[in-house]
Design a protein around this ligand. Structure first.
Ligand SMILES: *[C@@H]1O[C@H](CO)[C@@H](O)[C@H](O)[C@H]1NC(C)=O
Ligand SMILES: *[C@@H]1O[C@H](CO)[C@@H](O)[C@H](O)[C@H]1NC(C)=O
Ligand SMILES: *[C@@H]1O[C@H](CO)[C@@H](O)[C@H](O)[C@H]1NC(C)=O
Ligand SMILES: *[C@@H]1O[C@H](CO)[C@@H](O)[C@H](O)[C@H]1NC(C)=O
Ligand SMILES: *[C@@H]1O[C@H](CO)[C@@H](O)[C@H](O)[C@H]1NC(C)=O
Ligand SMILES: *[C@@H]1O[C@H](CO)[C@@H](O)[C@H](O)[C@H]1NC(C)=O
Ligand SMILES: *[C@@H]1O[C@H](CO)[C@@H](O)[C@H](O)[C@H]1NC(C)=O
Length: 210
C-alpha cells in the first residue's frame, strides 16, 4: 500500500469555532462588541466581502480571523489554509458556503499540480494525485502533467512521474513505486477514461466548501 501523508481537512475546524463562539457567548455580546465587528463590506475584484470574513489589512477588530482572506492585486480573493492556497470564486453568506479553486490550477505554469487535500462537501468524489518513481503504463494511471512538450531530463523532478488515480482503485492495482501526494475532490462519478485535460477542466470549475 502506498504511504498516505496525513493532511487535515480544510475548514473542518473553522465552522466549529464560529458556531462555538455564538453558542458560548450569546449573552456577552456587549462586552465583546469591540472585537469581531462587522466592518461593512469590501470589494475584491467583483466579490463583495463582508462579515464574518475579514481581509488581512483590515483593522484587527473586523471579522473573524478564521475567515481571513487576502485580496491579491486588488483583484483576486485568496484563502490561505494549511492545506494550500485557493482562489475564492463565489461566496454564499446564507449557507456559509464558498466556491474555491486551487491556485496551482489557475496558472500558466503547466508543471504545477493540484496538491491540496481538501475537506469537501459530499457531492464530490476523491481522486488521488500519486507521485511515482518510475513511469506507469496502465490505463488506470492518468498522466497528471498538462505540459504538451516533454520536460528535459535536467528538470527539477527527474525521477517523479505524477498521475491521477481514482480513489476506488483496488489495493492490488496500486503500484508500489507510487506514493499518494494528495486527495483531491472532483465532481465526476469516477475518473476512469478521462483525459488529463478533461480532469483539469473539471477541477478548474472549482468546488464548494462549507
Ligand atoms: C455587499 O454586501 C453587503 C452585505 O451583504 C450589502 O449590504 C451591500 O449592499 C452589498 N453591496 C453591493 C454593491 O452589492
Ligand atoms: C484583474 O483580473 C482580471 C481577470 O482575472 C484581469 O484581466 C485584470 O488585468 C486584473 N486587473 C488587475 C489590476 O490586476
Ligand atoms: C448555498 O446557497 C446557494 C444559493 O442559495 C446554493 O446555490 C448552493 O447550492 C448552496 N450550497 C449548499 C451546500 O447548500
Ligand atoms: C515525489 O517523490 C520524490 C521522491 O520519489 C520526491 O523527491 C518529490 O519531492 C516528490 N514530489 C512531490 C511534489 O511531493
Ligand atoms: C503499455 O502497455 C500496453 C499493453 O498493456 C503495451 O501494448 C504497450 O506497448 C506498453 N507501452 C509501453 C511504453 O511500455
Ligand atoms: C530544455 O533543454 C533545452 C536544450 O538543452 C534548453 O534550451 C531549454 O531551455 C530547456 N527547457 C527547460 C524547460 O528547461
Ligand atoms: C465510471 O463512471 C462511468 C460513468 O461516468 C460508469 O459508466 C462506469 O461504470 C464507472 N466505473 C466504475 C468502476 O465505477
Amino acid at each position: 500500500m502506498p504511504k498516505l501523508k496525513a493532511k487535515l481537512p480544510l475548514l473542518g475546524h473553522l465552522m466549529p469555532h464560529f458556531a462555538l463562539f455564538v453558542i458560548l457567548f450569546p449573552g456577552v455580546c456587549l462586552a465583546r462588541q469591540l472585537i469581531n465587528q462587522d466592518c461593512g463590506s469590501t470589494f475584491c475584484g467583483n466579490l463583495n466581502i463582508s462579515f464574518p470574513f475579514r481581509f488581512k489589512n483590515q483593522p484587527p477588530q473586523c471579522g473573524l480571523y478564521d475567515f481571513e482572506l487576502v485580496c491579491e492585486n486588488n483583484n483576486r480573493t485568496t484563502f490561505v489554509a494549511r492545506e494550500g492556497k485557493f482562489f475564492v470564486q463565489l461566496i454564499f453568506y446564507e449557507n456559509y458556503t464558498i466556491q474555491v479553486v486551487d491556485t496551482s490550477l489557475d496558472t500558466d505554469d503547466c508543471n504545477s499540480l493540484p496538491l491540496s487535500s481538501l475537506y469537501y462537501i459530499g457531492i464530490y468524489t476523491i481522486m488521488y494525485v500519486v507521485n511515482c518513481t518510475e513511469p506507469i503504463n496502465s490505463s488506470l494511471y492518468i498522466g497528471a502533467c498538462r505540459c504538451t512538450t516533454k520536460s528535459n531530463t535536467s528538470s527539477s523532478l527527474p525521477t517523479s512521474h505524477f498521475y491521477f488515480l481514482d480513489a476506488k482503485t483496488r489495493p492490488s492495482d496500486f503500484n508500489q513505486a507510487c506514493t499518494i501526494e494528495a486527495k483531491v475532490p472532483i465532481k465526476v462519478k469516477n475518473i476512469t477514461g478521462m483525459s488529463t485535460l478533461d480532469i483539469y477542466k473539471k477541477l478548474l470549475e472549482g468546488f464548494w466548501v462549507e
